[in-house]
Design a binder for this molecule. Structure first.
Ligand SMILES: C[S@@+](CC[C@H](N)C(=O)[O-])C[C@H]1O[C@@H](n2cnc3c(N)ncnc32)[C@H](O)[C@@H]1O
Length: 251
């Protein structure tokens, strides 16, 4: 499963819609939240996304994330996935929740949506899936171009991934959009250090990036299978010269 460990993170099948359809048929009505549950991510959402935001959940799967967000007060979440199987399951399951909409769609072609129509796009494991498929760089480029197109100026792309900055920032750099990026690192659920303690760092402390968008050389990753949370703000292109603006924490 993605996120369980470096050797098992990437399977070519993750980029294939047939794989996901078969998997969701088998899973039926069960729910799986990849990487992290809403409870762990809540501090980031509540810090960066107002409750009134129009949110796109890109590659929603059968995760409980969107339902948990509604319970917490979010009011407008459009959920898309390439798997028609999971969309049909989720549409029926959540028919009584007016704040949630489900649509079958490929994140590489979201032409159904108008430009600048969302305040936020949340991606938990979907860019990672594309990165596992064939033509991964092209797929990533197409997805990120679409994400930047549908985001309002100042809108947020929240990317939750196992990919460290050396393998994710270059893809963000390739889009025609300028991003202001803040990075957070969060241990996998249940992580305990060798001595049995949990992480000593606050997860809400942003990790400074170098001016090349990399982790500082002296950065110590407590849990080697940590997840990375990129808060990418779409900048006004007329105001900024640099393609990727690494927040105030440049080292
Ligand atoms: C790793 S799962 C993550 C699911 C969910 N976001 C979560 O956190 O549990 C990746 C999801 O992306 C979907 N997906 C893969 N390629 C996609 C594409 N091109 N467009 C839309 N969804 C896609 C898969 O069907 C799957 O539901």
């Amino acid at each position: 499963m993605l996120g369980e460990g470096p050797s098992s993170q990437c399977s070519y099948t993750y980029g294939d819609s047939g794989y996901w359809d078969a998997r969701y048929l088998e899973e039926g009505l069960s729910s799986i939240d990849w990487y992290q549950r809403y409870s762990a991510l809540r501090p980031f959402l509540r810090e960066f996304l107002p409750l009134s935001s129009r949110v796109l959940m890109a590659g929603c799967g059968n995760a409980l994330m969107s339902e948990d967000m509604v319970k917490d007060g979010y009011v407008d979440i459009v959920n898309i996935d390439i798997s028609s199987v999971v969309i049909e399951i989720m549409r029926r399951k959540c028919a009584h929740i007016p704040q949630l909409e489900y649509m079958q769609m490929d994140v590489r072609d979201m032409s159904f949506f108008q430009d600048e129509s969302f305040h936020c796009v949340i991606d938990k494991g979907t860019l990672d899936s594309l990165m596992c498929g064939t033509n991964a760089p092209l797929s990533a480029f197409q997805m990120l171009e679409e994400v930047s197109r549908i985001l309002k100026p100042g809108g947020t792309y929240m990317l939750i991934t196992y990919g460290d900055p050396s393998v994710r920032v270059p893809h963000l750099n390739k889009t025609g959009c300028k991003w202001k990026i803040m990075l957070y690192v969060i241990p996998r659920p249940g992580y305990q250090a060798g001595d049995g303690s949990s992480s000593s760092k606050s997860i809400m402390e942003p990790v400074p990036l170098t001016d090349k968008g990399l982790l500082p050389t002296d950065f110590i990753l407590e849990d080697p299978d940590s997840h990375y949370i990129y808060i990418c703000k779409k900048m006004n292109e007329l105001l900024e010269d640099d393609r990727v603006v690494v927040d105030a924490n440049i080292v």
